[in-house]
Design a protein around this ligand. Structure first.
Ligand SMILES: [Zn+2]
Length: 435
């Protein structure tokens, strides 16, 4: 028998006969072990296939079902919306009385806490918006006294009052790392944005004060031109004032770069956007804008501007956060989840998937796309893009990481410029005669 040949030739211990018995038992033991291992493997395989989606979750894979996939993704990469107009709703309906605004109940409009939670929102920019003055009110050089700066302070105030009223829900933040830590604590990171250069009272000092109050982006224009830049208006054919940025507008961008205030190009004219992209040392944003090639309105971004966005040396890093306003999304009656997804995909096709985000404009729009009626519906858009083949990295970029990258980039530029000792800008609007 072969076992005898394999037994040790010499040595103490068991006799050859005993050894033979031991070795005869070995194949049986081996077979048993193999058997057990095979059984364990088969059971693991069966369990694995049954619980594949659950197991996948632990290593980051998304379930096949788009709705489940969206939910799973948003659990770890929640929505950070670039533009929500809750403060103007508080002004127009509640006279800026935070006591009267019950965000725990079902609030008029598109936003309240139950719906924010349902929509898996991790943060948003509270837009502190004040409408454009009438041209005859402000004068052709924008010099007449207005209440715009007061009203903006009131909008910052109501945003802050609402944020502080719900400390277990909202956390006021000012940096990309603060956004992430608020989300980790289960809070909704709350940032402030000012929606128009007209709200600066032609003054770079006011810009700095808004930053000190926590504002982290200023939209260069709303629907009116101002001392800094041209707007795209609402209808085509608006006559430019500066053919883009004014000289003060360029200084404004330089100061925004220095202090870490994001340059927001939504609402600006195409020339303003092109020049700002060239002039800004920091990454920029479109807080709530869509694609003109998909739906041709002035508020949307043309392809040649989108093609200036990128992370190589010849382009500027940016994130375009897609607007849900039906008027900007599609022809009347045709705005739905798929149409909004078309905008996301078009911007991604030209600028890259690292350069899209979400800027719904909720509470700032009078109607909504079908399927995206309020802040509880974001998962439908994520599910739609998952269905179209977007992977979890691309989707988490869309939901917030692209915006965080741009914010971190602007923060770095500000640190660098300040470390270089760059002086604050003290330029005064040249049409002003009082200073
Ligand atoms: Zn707007």
């Amino acid at each position: 028998m072969s076992n005898g040949e394999q037994s040790p030739l010499l040595g103490e211990g068991p006799s050859l006969g005993q050894q033979a018995r031991i070795y005869r038992r070995a194949p049986v033991a081996r077979a048993t072990i193999y058997g057990i291992l095979t059984a364990v493997f088969v059971v693991a395989l069966i369990l694995g296939s049954v619980y594949w989606e659950k197991l996948g979750g632990y290593v980051g894979h998304l379930p096949k079902d788009p709705e489940k996939a969206a939910k799973r993704l948003l659990d770890v990469a929640p929505i950070i919306d670039g533009h929500i107009d809750l403060p103007i709703l508080a002004r127009s309906r509640f006279r800026n009385n935070a006591t009267a605004v019950d965000l725990n109940g079902e609030l008029y409009g598109h936003v309240d806490i139950p719906r924010l939670r349902k929509g898996q929102v991790g943060g948003f920019f509270w837009s502190t918006y004040v409408g454009c003055p009438k041209e005859d009110q402000v004068g052709e050089d924008y010099l007449n006294a207005t209440w715009l700066v007061r009203d903006t302070l009131e909008q910052i105030d109501i945003a802050m009052e609402l944020i502080q009223k719900y400390p277990n829900t909202f956390e006021f933040v000012g940096t990309s790392t603060d956004v992430m830590s608020a989300i980790r604590r289960g809070r909704i990171a709350s940032l402030l944005g000012v929606e128009g250069g007209h709200q600066l009272g032609n003054s770079i000092s006011v810009l700095r004060q808004f930053y000190r109050l926590g504002v982290r982006y200023v939209t260069l224009t709303h629907t009116c031109h101002n001392a800094f830049a041209d707007s795209c208006g609402m209808e085509p054919g608006i006559k430019p004032r500066w053919n883009g940025l004014s000289s003060l507008g360029k200084v404004l961008i330089e100061e925004m770069n220095r202090i870490g205030m994001l340059v927001d190009l939504s609402h600006t004219s195409d020339d303003t956007a092109r020049q700002a992209l060239r002039h800004s040392k920091a990454p920029v944003i479109w807080s709530h804008s869509s694609a003109r090639a998909v739906h041709d309105v002035p508020r949307n971004i043309p392809d040649d501007v989108l093609s200036l966005i990128g992370t190589d040396d010849t382009r500027t890093d940016a994130v375009v956060m897609v607007n849900f306003a039906p008027y900007f999304v599609a022809e009347e009656g045709k705005a739905d989840v798929a149409a909004v997804a078309d905008h996301v995909e078009h911007i991604a096709a030209i600028a890259g998937r690292k350069h899209v985000g979400i800027g719904s404009d909720f509470d700032g729009i009078s109607s909504t796309p079908k399927g995206l009626e309020d802040v509880s519906k974001y998962p439908a858009l994520i599910a739609e893009l998952y269905r179209r083949g977007w992977n979890r990295f691309e989707l988490s970029g869309l939901t917030g990481r692209n915006l965080l990258r741009v914010m971190a980039g602007a923060e770095r530029v500000a640190q660098d410029l300040q470390a270089m000792g760059l002086e604050p800008k003290y330029d005064v609007y040249d049409k002003r005669l009082d200073l």
